[in-house]
Design a binder for this molecule. Sequence first.
Ligand SMILES: Cc1ncc(COP(=O)(O)O)c(C=O)c1O
Length: 366
Amino acid sequence: MIPFLDVQQLNARFESVFKNVFADFLNAGQCILGNKLMQFENEFAEYCGTKHCVGVASGLDAITLLCKGYIELGKLKVGDEVLVSANTYIASILGLINAGLIPVLVEPNENEFIISVENIEKQITTKIKMILAVHLYGELADMKEINVLAKKHGLLVIEDAAQAHGAVDVNGVKAGNLSDGGAFSFYPSKNLGALGDGGAITTNNQELFAIVQKLRNYGASEKYKNDIKGVNSRLDELQAAFLSIKLKQLDADNNKRRVLAKYYFEHINNNKITLPSYNVSDSHVFHVFVIKCKSRNELQKYLLNNEIQTVIHYPIPPHKQKALKEYGYLKLPITEQIHDEVLSLPISPIQTISATKKIVSILNKF
Ligand SMILES: Cc1ncc(COP(=O)(O)O)c(C=O)c1O
């Protein structure tokens, strides 16, 4: 069987270093908010090119705390509306709701998975105060155009970079540094994945940095001195230590993903299959490689019968989820069609070219 993603093997590459780090961690006796977290935060900020990074418990919390930070600073208020892609993982939307904001869903362009700038412009009203741009599947949203629109209308912009660690725009600026604040997830299957849950916020804004640092730790400025109503959402020391090690490998891993993606682009040749759009730049880190097929479910079964595991990202769009029934009345044909047709092929930094060749040859016979 060719697995969709073998997390055990991905991490096996670091086994001996992880063991040394664990021994260090046991010796140091610091479990929460220690030196290893601070070191990772500095390294990740430097990697993204931002002034600051705050490690939090998950990608969902990173989005929520960014928004709550802006509410604390008086730049947003509860009930403000935020434009967000309708075609995303539900966490993007839940992060806004958790902070008391109101998501307004925006369709992508046809044949693209990321938010449509044209549709953003159409949906801007006086109630809209922010845009949450999602770099879905590892591809940067059109941040240049989004930032121009935001400036014109006086809106904040934040990025959901949970799937786009290391994606870089034409000017060499990385995901997480293309807006007022970036939210990252280190869920184990992400391009930079921990050995458990984790997340981070990146920003160049000193005030926002200071407020989210408090928010993630009970609103405390120092131990037992609570300035605001915060939560417990700290990236833990051990995960931070593992992430520091894996961060060194991130660019090489992203390049390997691009090599496999290139192979798929050059060799998949089947008129039942639509390949993703790609501008051959480093703005895509291929967190997943997503094709479209009208008979997607049959294709998935066929691949499984041929020992190829695939995943659907995602089978049900957020506005059709029971949890978001207040959005159930919406008709979002492009998003709905995407959810009916997408299939993610295996792509990972440890996947061999021979496995990739096998996938292509079986796909081409469908
Ligand atoms: C686009 C997107 N946003 C947010 C999240 C939330 O991250 P987490 O699972 O770490 O809370 C994820 C990942 O699961 C994601 O894919």
